[in-house]
Design a protein around this ligand. Structure first.
Ligand SMILES: [Mg+2]
Length: 221
């Protein structure tokens, strides 16, 4: 039987935080805005960003460009600042060679999530890309996980996993959908009021290596 793993995108497979910080600094420089505006942009876009977010920011920062143009520039600008991780891509290829089915399950707007996935070189590394805006369900809703599992195809699963950095959306959501979980902790402490993940690792590459090692252990038996 096959194994399945769903990966979160932002701050799991791709460094959204780093890309956002760089984009905000460059945007403020280009528009003659001060450091206060830079912090405001990062705060406003920290958790999520949609075209409507730029309607609000446009007024708050007295920007002349229409919100649609600001959004398009944001999509292009963030994608251009997402680093490509050859070691992560190689790890995903090793997982597929070991008969894992791989999916990306991410909350967000379809255009920017797909632009980041392409820029990070991940489009062809997974079997399914599932974005909340396209399916009408968001993590931690169980429906979002069920759609992603179905799109990876090939049931029944020997086991299914969710890997992500968000305790609520990725870990609690994954648990409620019947998946085992790996938390990408980035060295943060776990939140005591939530049921703990099966494993905590510092980054996505460590999660990939952990899952690969379980495959190899079983093959060696
Ligand atoms: Mg995330």
């Amino acid at each position: 039987m096959q194994r399945l793993v769903l990966f979160d995108l932002d701050n799991t497979l791709c460094d959204r935080q780093g890309a956002l910080a760089k984009w905000a600094a460059d945007f403020c420089r280009a528009h003659g805005l001060g450091s206060g505006a830079e912090g405001h942009l990062v705060d406003a876009l920290q958790e999520r960003a949609y075209p409507a977010t730029f309607e609000r920011l446009r007024h708050e920062l007295f920007l002349e460009a229409p919100a649609t143009q600001l959004w398009d520039d944001y999509v292009t600008g963030i994608a251009a600042r997402v680093p490509r991780r050859p070691d992560v891509i190689e790890g995903l290829e090793q997982m597929r060679a070991a008969r894992w089915r791989l999916g990306i399950l991410t909350n967000g707007a379809a255009d920017i999530q797909r632009a980041k996935i392409a820029a990070a070189g991940l489009t062809r590394s997974v079997d399914a890309i599932v974005i909340s805006e396209e399916i009408g369900a968001r993590k931690p809703e169980a429906d979002a996980f069920h759609v992603a599992v179905a799109r990876c195809g090939g049931t029944p699963w020997e086991e299914g996993w969710m890997v992500g950095d968000n305790p609520e959306n990725d870990i609690r959501g994954g648990q409620s959908a019947g998946l085992r979980t790996i938390w990408v902790s980035q060295d943060r402490p776990w939140l005591d009021h939530l049921s703990p993940p099966d494993h905590a690792v510092p980054d996505a590459l460590s999660a990939i290596n952990l899952l690969l090692s379980t495959t190899q252990t079983r093959t060696a038996r």
